[in-house]
Design a protein around this ligand. Structure first.
Ligand SMILES: C[S@@+](CC[C@H](N)C(=O)[O-])C[C@H]1O[C@@H](n2cnc3c(N)ncnc32)[C@H](O)[C@@H]1O
Length: 330
């Protein structure tokens, strides 16, 4: 499926088109579009706040959230980085110098805060008491049940009322701590509400009402990418968004595919219409030939069978097969 992104700030659009392939990490290309697009859509909806991510690695998803951010909003990157002894399940491996190089290479602003910490230590460090301030909180650090639960509680207590939380690897069969942590958090009374599922990430809102608002906002922002609506999950309904081949639109009207998606992107809508037309013509030609065959084969065969039965005998099985394929001659 081909789809057009919403109009994105040039830094974001440029990163999606040519940076995504260069930065190492774990992020589906369509999910990169969903993260980038929803960050911008929140702004047009006047949802104010900072953005944060736990689990940076080299910054692949963090760049989607932080590039093109207004100068008065901050992007907070949290990772154990050098302290890999705190990375208890070896989920990725944060590398601060590489991350900082990527921030510079793709044009991140000065409004980035880098916090070297295990998410398990954030509460003690006063991260939660600093209050509700994030409009997007992405969770992609340690993938154990304990860490996932911890990170969901931290996110719940620091996102603004109209904010959202993004949980990575929720359906990854290699990292079942994440889904265990999600259900553990919900069973313990967590108030975040599943709203939208994009490839490999679950998006949660702060209430049932906000989940509905986000499902509507996704539908308005990515109108052609909804794959399945109203899928029940943990007592709620989520909308599932597809993997697609995206044409990325920047503010300067430049449109281009994500690197690696070019072959699909060249099949433009016009070309698809042309191909559909050719298919329709071919189908009607086939129908005409079938009709001619039906009209011709009965008299021919009968004549042959009557006049030269010894000659018709070998073709009888073929005739039967033709009749089976074509339907009975009328
Ligand atoms: C799967 S990677 C993150 C991938 C990244 N979001 C991307 O877009 O490629 C997980 C990251 O979490 C970090 N990490 C692991 N345990 C953590 C913890 N308890 N607190 C903070 N970061 C942690 C790792 O160092 C690693 O960089």
């Amino acid at each position: 499926m081909m789809a057009l992104t919403p109009v994105l700030p040039d830094a974001k659009a440029g990163y999606l088109r040519s940076g995504l392939q260069q930065v190492r990490g774990w992020l589906d290309a369509s999910t990169a579009v969903y993260l980038s697009g929803i960050e911008v859509a929140q702004r047009t909806e006047d949802i104010v706040g900072d953005v944060a991510e736990i689990g940076i690695h080299h910054g692949k998803s963090f760049l989607c959230l932080s590039l093109g951010l207004p100068a008065d909003q901050r992007a907070v990157a949290i990772d154990v980085f050098d302290d890999q002894s705190a990375n208890v399940d070896n989920s990725g491996r944060g590398n601060r110098p590489t991350f900082e190089r990527n921030l510079a290479a793709y044009g991140a602003g000065d409004n980035i805060d880098i916090l070297q910490s295990s998410s398990l230590d954030l509460e003690q460090a006063g991260f939660v008491t600093a209050g509700r301030r994030f409009r997007i909180f992405s969770i992609d650090g340690g993938h154990t049940k304990e860490i996932t639960e911890n990170d969901l509680w931290i996110a719940e207590r620091t996102v603004v009322e109209r904010g959202l939380v993004v949980l990575d690897d929720v359906l990854n069969r290699h990292w079942l701590g994440v889904i265990s942590g999600l259900f553990g958090y919900l069973a313990d009374g967590g108030s975040l509400v599943p709203a939208v599922l994009v490839p490999n990430k679950l998006i949660l809102a702060t209430s049932v009402d906000q989940a509905k608002q986000y499902r509507d906002l996704f539908a308005a922002t990515f109108p052609t990418a909804l794959e399945k609506a109203d899928v029940p999950l943990a007592g709620h309904l989520v909308d599932v968004y597809a993997q697609a081949h995206w044409l990325v639109r920047g503010e300067n009207d430049e449109t281009g595919p994500i690197t690696g998606h070019e072959p699909m992107a060249t099949i433009t809508a016009a070309r698809l219409t042309e191909l559909e037309g050719q298919l329709r013509t071919a189908r009607s030609d086939l129908k005409a030939v079938q009709q001619q065959l039906r009209a011709a084969n009965l008299p021919l065969y009968r004549k042959a069978a009557r006049r030269m039965p010894w000659l018709a005998r070998p073709v009888r099985p073929i005739f039967r097969r033709v009749r089976k394929v074509m339907g009975r001659p009328r």
